[in-house]
Design a protein around this ligand. Structure first.
Ligand SMILES: [Zn+2]
Length: 143
């Protein structure tokens, strides 16, 4: 695998668009990312890697990718159901990104699984921000 890249915030709050970064208040931009998702039944009888190209909110200062959890899950639900399986949100794990140029290449010639793994940059961390009526606070901050 590549070196870890980007922080990721799976936004559980559908009503929050995060036009500003929850960490530094900078205005977020929209950028397309290729998210790599692992979907696995527990115990691990079945697992598959899914790449999902999506517009995400992005803070260039913090390298923070923000994406609504519900959007990722609804996409995966359709996909998993198309495999004839029942979708369980707890089985999905969004663990990193792939460079768009690698993603484009993989669409023409799919990578071997071992080769694909080398192209994936795992997230540095997955963050969570709690929203309070007056705003929000960063749950990782103990001060
Ligand atoms: Zn930021």
């Amino acid at each position: 695998m590549n070196r870890p890249k980007y922080h990721f915030y799976p936004n559980p709050h559908d009503e929050y668009a995060w036009t500003k970064c929850p960490k530094c208040y900078t205005k977020t931009r929209v950028r397309k990312f290729c998210m790599m998702i692992h979907y696995g039944e527990k115990p691990l009888k079945f697992h598959r890697m899914v790449s999902l190209r999506m517009d995400c909110k992005f803070c260039t200062e913090c390298e923070l990718i923000i994406k609504r959890k519900s959007e990722i899950e609804s996409f995966l639900q359709q996909l998993v159901e198309s495999w004839g399986m029942k979708f369980k949100p707890e089985n999905c794990f969004v663990f990193g990104t792939m460079d768009m140029k690698d993603w484009k290449q993989s669409q023409q010639t799919p990578f071997e699984p071992s080769e694909a793994l080398k192209k994936i940059a795992p997230f540095k961390d997955v963050l969570d921000f709690k929203i309070q009526p007056a705003g929000w606070y960063f749950t990782g901050d103990k001060e």
